[in-house]
Design a protein around this ligand. Structure first.
Ligand code: THU
Length: 128
């Protein structure tokens, strides 16, 4: 199994999801090949919940990583779980048109380019 997908599956085991019981793991590979992981972290207020993808990105950024090659998202769904809209925006900001692979517990996978899941993004190019 691709180590990036395995890292996303492993990170899912750390999910704090007592309200939805919907556990998600994410992993992103930086330009040096280092893998950064995240899981969803829910909150009793619901609205302060953090998705796995954003946890992975923010952990990586806070540790000094800046460029990313690949993203993986793991969940236990037959129809593979894609990133929410907010996470697509954050992934675009830091990963650009990276390769994104979705995986489930049966190791079914689908791979996309982020631009196809997030067409016509608003980004720094508009702020020049
Ligand atoms: N969630 C993620 O972490 N990533 C996704 O791609 C979809 C949704 C989380 C947020 C919340 O904790 C739970 O899944 C249900 O929405």
């Amino acid at each position: 199994m691709d180590p990036l997908l395995q890292a996303a599956l492993d990170a899912r085991n750390n999910a704090h999801a007592p309200y939805s019981n919907f556990r998600v793991g994410a992993a992103i590979e930086d330009e040096s090949g280092r893998i950064h992981t995240g899981c969803n972290i829910e909150n009793a207020t619901y609205g302060l919940t953090l998705c796995a993808e954003r946890v992975a990105v923010f952990k990586a950024i806070s540790e000094g990583a800046r460029k990313f090659k690949r993203i993986a998202v793991a969940a236990d769904t037959a129809t593979l779980t894609p990133p929410c809209g907010a996470c697509r925006q954050i992934l675009w900001e830091f990963c650009g048109n990276a390769e994104l692979t979705l995986v489930n517990l049966q190791h079914k996978t689908e791979t996309f380019q982020l631009k196809d899941l997030f067409p016509r993004p608003f980004d720094a190019s508009f702020l020049d």
